[in-house]
Ligand binder design. Structure first.
Ligand code: GDP
Ligand code: MG
Length: 375
């Protein structure tokens, strides 16, 4: 697996390196601004990122800031238990839905799971044919109907058939465009309702496919789909073909939805599970000489133990959390209310490492496990 993401991000890395060709230990905020913009991180987010950082930024500081963007408002949904596990794939035409369905089918198959496809993009005949071709190639069953027929019926039949055949995974394709946006919204909502009729709880995962070559402009699209049917997460396609990989930061920051996979090519194998840490590290490798994030072997050797802040440090941290302009900082820590009036400041449990800066370091980077061990 290792290295695939780096290959997929080749163009993005090239864009970063064209802005800042020389790797170094620290980078200035101005330089950072340039290269983030070059990688298509949205302007607003670039401003927000740099404002939380010191004049000279090292790898750990940037790592902590970037990784703290990956905080979601929904739980990650993973296939487990439910059989069949039903996934609904939505997105605009050309985003890569059908290709991604083939990739997912290939992945599940390689895990020894039984897969069935539902061709519920009945708007275009070519869409049905395309999925049928993939089904044949991957040797998985498919439920389809004629062009123009009710896509909800396809979804219903696909799930019913999967139940009868003991299938593990049902993946349902949908149309990306109908005569009007309202039609599309109504149709998608209906498909969701009908899935739930065929099998309570289905669809278990509603995935939005976004075309990575669109960069930030995919965000509005994503909002629209999220309003139609609450999306559980995103797959970004065509990362291999774009220098706009930095848009992933803005997409996650805006939508607060998990990215499950990224597509890095047209073949069925070209799907990589998305790991924020790997993503951030791959970007940082293009900027800093230091190859990998240095993780302190023991929290105690690095200055202050978060769990044991002295009074001054604790107060400082509290003040920082109250201030405006410290949104990124406050993602590192959350206030947990203790009995009645007093607050305890605890590291955000969804983060692995943290760093607080207020001119001078108050708290250095730690791993969450170490923090727990220290406590
Ligand atoms: N390079 C590249 N091309 C992709 C990727 N995913 C999809 N495509 C191509 O994008 C085009 C549209 O894909 P398709 O699955 O038909 O999109 P749909 O309309 O959303 O179903 C096709 O030519 C695919 O081969 C990817 O990850 N990388
Ligand atoms: Mg399609």
């Amino acid at each position: 697996m290792f290295g695939f993401l780096k290959k997929g991000l080749k163009k993005t890395i090239e864009a970063i390196q064209s802005a800042e060709p020389v790797k170094r230990e620290k980078i200035s905020r101005d330089e950072l601004e340039d290269l983030l913009l070059e990688a298509d991180v949205s302007y607003d987010l670039v401003e927000k990122i740099v404002e939380s950082l010191p004049e000279k930024v090292n790898r750990t500081q940037l790592y902590n800031t970037l990784i703290s963007l990956f905080i979601y408002k929904v739980e990650r949904v993973e296939p487990s238990g439910q059989k069949p596990f039903v996934e609904l794939i939505v997105g605009v035409n050309g985003a890569g839905k059908t290709t991604t369905i083939a990739k997912l089918a290939q992945k599940y198959k390689s895990e020894g799971k039984k897969v069935l496809l539902g061709a519920a993009d009945t708007f275009r005949a070519a869409a049905i044919e395309q999925l049928k071709t993939w089904a044949e190639k991957l040797d998985v069953p498919i439920v389809y109907t004629k062009q123009g027929h009710d896509p909800s019926a396809v979804a219903y039949d696909a799930i019913s058939s999967a139940k009868a055949k003991g299938i593990d995974h049902v993946i349902i394709d949908t149309a990306g465009r109908l005569h009007t946006q309202v039609n599309l919204a109504e149709e998608l909502k209906k498909i969701v309702r009908v899935c739930n009729k065929a099998l309570e709880g289905a669809p278990h995962r509603k995935i939005l496919i976004l075309d990575g070559t669109q960069g930030n402009s995919a965000i509005n699209q994503a909002r629209a789909f999220n309003e139609m049917i609450d999306i559980d997460g995103i797959i970004i396609t065509k990362l291999d073909g774009t220098a706009k990989g930095g848009a992933l930061f803005s997409i996650v920051e805006e939508l607060k939805l998990p990215i499950y996979f990224v597509g890095v090519g047209e073949r069925a194998e070209d799907l990589i599970p998305f790991d924020p840490k790997e993503f951030v590290d791959t970007i940082l490798d293009a900027i800093f000489v230091e190859e990998k994030q240095k993780v302190p072997s023991s929290g105690k050797t690095h200055g202050v133990d978060v769990q044991n802040l002295n009074e001054d440090q604790f107060e400082k941290l509290g003040e920082l959390l109250e201030k405006d302009g410290f949104e990124l900082l406050s993602k590192h820590f959350v206030k947990s209310k203790e009995s009645g009036k007093s607050y305890k400041i605890v590291p955000n449990p969804s983060l692995d490492s943290v760093e607080i800066r207020d001119g001078e370091s108050v708290v250095k980077a730690y791993r969450a496990e170490e923090l727990a061990a220290n406590g």
